[in-house]
Design a protein around this ligand. Structure first.
Ligand code: SAM
Length: 274
């Protein structure tokens, strides 16, 4: 008997309805090459193998090998990569869709790694609270750095909430399926690294004004508080900026964050005399 390992997030799907829901939501065809993160006992992998041309599965736990071997007896389009998904160079894999019941402890880093690599469509299972943060709109309590970082690069859609009874062992928390369509042309982010630093800085103080948040987290952008205060006095003289930076951080839309970050990035590079 296989004993699931909690620290690897081993809650396996047992309710086929949600397996089918994930596969249907991804509109799989025999042209698709799919990446799955986490084989488990292979319940999702088997459905993917039936519908797609090829399935890559990254699984960290080699003690699940007997399940992999059984699957491979019946399907010749499955390739297992025994490794930590965070360590695999995804550029070596030619997938166009990602479908996975993710190990929740790596939700955030794996999502950003996938977005950076690029794909057409992903259907992913997350912890419910995390999923709500991914799709949250400005002004709501779930809206945060994750919401803006994801929605500025992709269209995200909440598919369905999934109860603990859909898994074994039964987790204490609810889960949710999310659909992600990459849309890198949605906004033009001038400098990705600066944008992520900008978001990290301001969302440390989501209830403060953008101006106050930037001053209090000035170190994240490489400035002292005094330097940032002076920068923002000049910066706010620019058209549209003055009123925008007096808004509370959590009330700014995704588009407004991109606009502000781009403007500040350009401004700092024009006036980089500190
Ligand atoms: N797909 C299966 C299912 O739906 O039943 C398993 C899902 S289970 C939530 C997550 C799986 O990811 C486990 O099999 C676990 O061993 C694996 N896993 C955990 N951390 C991982 C990592 N860093 N890289 C790759 N796989 C990982």
């Amino acid at each position: 008997m296989f004993k699931p390992k909690k620290k690897l997030g081993q809650c396996f799907l047992i309710d086929k309805n949600f397996v089918n829901k994930a596969v249907e939501s991804a509109n799989l065809t025999k042209d698709d090459i799919v990446l799955e993160i986490g084989l488990g006992k292979g319940i999702l992998t088997e459905e993917l193998a039936k519908h797609a041309k090829k399935v890559y599965v990254i699984e960290i736990d080699k003690s699940l090998e007997s399940y992999a071997n059984k699957l491979k007896e019946n399907y010749n389009n499955i390739e297992i990569i025994w490794n930590d998904a965070l360590k695999v160079d995804l550029n070596t894999l030619d997938f166009n869709k990602v479908i996975a019941n993710l190990p929740y402890q790596i939700s955030s880093p794996i999502t950003f790694k996938l977005i950076k690599k690029g794909f057409d469509l992903a259907v992913l299972m997350y912890q419910y609270e995390f999923a709500k943060r991914m799709v949250a709109k400005e002004g709501t309590k779930d809206y945060g750095r994750l919401s803006v970082a994801v929605q500025s690069r992709a269209d995200v859609e909440f598919i369905t909430k999934v109860p603990p009874t859909a898994f074994h062992p039964k987790p204490k928390i609810h889960s949710a399926l999310i659909k992600i369509k990459l849309n890198k042309n949605k906004y033009q982010i001038e400098n990705e690294i600066f944008f992520d630093n900008f978001l990290r800085a301001v969302f440390q103080h989501r209830n403060k004004s953008v101006r106050k948040a930037l001053i209090d987290s000035s170190k994240e952008l490489g400035y002292s508080k005094e330097e940032m205060k002076k920068i923002l006095i000049k910066f706010s003289e620019k058209e549209k900026i003055g009123s925008l930076i007096e808004n509370k951080v959590f009330k700014l839309s995704v588009g407004e964050f991109v606009f502000l970050s781009n403007e500040l990035y350009r401004f700092l590079h024009l006036h980089d005399d500190k």
